[in-house]
Design a protein around this ligand. Structure first.
Ligand code: ZN
Ligand code: ZN
Length: 175
């Protein structure tokens, strides 16, 4: 499998990025490399919404991808949107190289609850696995617990696992 490049965006903590990155490497059976931090404000910040346009970040990630056939995932602390939605947890190019995930709405604190690092980490891992899954061509899956289930609310993320269902796994193994 071609490498996966992980990029910290907008001050995303490197320690968590490294932990998530090595887990993604195991899941996708790919070598993982880490790129230097990028500040996306100039490319993607929308002043009227106070959020970052995730599609603009995907364009930026495409421009820094080091090798052919690789995948690239940016993880940010900034809140993301695409114009038709209030917010998105992340966005990816189906069968394309780039994905982006935001940690902002994945913390308990965001919802006024007590901080829990383990829950935050699990949500982040699920969303990164989900968005990277899209870059390998996987679509949304209806199987209970499959990481490729669509997540609209954080409860949807908690409801699913960080694993592929047998059907999605078979698809990934044929890659
Ligand atoms: Zn999705
Ligand atoms: Zn599935």
């Amino acid at each position: 499998m071609a490498p996966i490049y992980c990029v910290p965006l907008d001050g995303f903590p490197l320690k968590i990025l490294h932990e998530i990155g090595s887990e993604l490497g195991r899941t996708f059976h790919a070598p993982v490399h880490f790129l230097p931090e990028v500040d996306t404000t100039e490319q993607s910040y929308d002043h009227s919404r106070g959020q970052h346009n995730s599609s603009s970040i995907l364009v930026m990630l495409n421009s820094i991808i080091p090798t052919d056939h690789a995948r690239i995932i940016g993880i940010t602390t900034a809140d993301l949107f695409i114009p038709i939605f209030t917010f998105v947890f992340g966005e990816a190019q189906i069968d394309g190289p780039a994905a982006v995930v935001s940690g902002q709405r994945l913390t308990n604190e965001y919802y006024g609850m007590e901080a829990n690092n383990l829950i935050y980490y699990e949500r982040l891992l699920k969303e990164c696995t989900h968005e990277l899954g899209h870059t390998y061509g996987l679509r949304h899956c209806l199987s209970d617990g499959c990481v490729m289930r669509k997540s609209t609310y954080v409860e949807d993320i908690d409801f699913k696992t960080s694993e592929f269902c047998p059907e999605c796994r078979t698809y990934m193994e044929a890659k």
